[in-house]
Design a protein around this ligand. Structure first.
Ligand code: GRF
Length: 201
């Protein structure tokens, strides 16, 4: 399954996908970043994967940025689009174009803690559980149907950093699994719900 991964930063989730690509049946045909200094671009280059920079600062609207992003994705002939630490809000037109074949990872147990600073917010709220969610991307920010959630227990000694590190650990396990399900043709988005092997998730 031809897969494009879109990043803004470190790309540790990208690395997890690169490391397991063959095993899970995806071919990462390109990595796109909106930031030139994203370390994930180096990870891609090291793995011999084509990279593209689409710098949001060069565009005067979200619409024009998203249009170029879409052209870049389509130029790489992607079947599956994976957002992995991509930190821009996408227009409805863009999300509709890739509906059912675009996934995102979010560092919380959605629908809790959409948006930013999820670890800090979970700690401040005194939660016992936190985690990560893979979901289909729809218009609603961090609001598409969930595919996989991995819980992480919060310890009383946790700081934002220790908690973030454990959440990252589970992220690296669940993203390849979701990508594998997609590649195997087992995952569907239908009327806003996610299905695995025909059964609602
Ligand atoms: C992850 O925590 C992901 O959930 C969030 O951004 C972070 C990306 O980390 N959306 P990395 O760039 O994959 O290391």
């Amino acid at each position: 399954t031809r897969t494009v991964v879109i990043i803004s930063g470190s790309g540790s989730n990208l690395q997890a996908l690169i490391d397991r690509a063959e095993e899970i049946g995806i071919e990462i045909c390109g990595v796109i970043s909106n930031r030139e200094d994203a370390y994930g671009l180096q990870r891609a280059q090291r793995a011999g994967i084509a990279t593209a920079l689409v710098d949001h600062r060069q565009f005067d609207s979200r619409e024009s940025f998203d249009a170029t992003l879409a052209e870049t994705i389509d130029g790489m002939q992607a079947e599956l689009v994976i957002l992995a630490g991509f930190m821009r809000i996408l227009t409805p037109e863009f999300t509709r174009r890739y509906e059912g074949r675009m996934l995102n990872i979010h560092p919380s147990l959605l629908p809790k803690y959409r948006g930013l600073h999820t670890h800090k917010r979970a700690l401040e709220a005194g939660e016992q559980w936190h985690g990560a969610t893979i979901h289909f991307v729809t218009e609603e920010l961090d609001g598409g149907a969930n595919i996989i959630q991995a819980p992480v227990a919060i310890n009383s000694s946790d700081s934002e950093e220790t908690l973030a590190a454990r959440v990252h650990g589970v992220e690296h396990r669940i993203y390849p699994l979701a990508a594998q399900w997609f590649a195997e043709g087992r995952l569907r988005l239908q009327e806003g719900r996610a299905y695995l092997d025909g059964a609602p998730l």
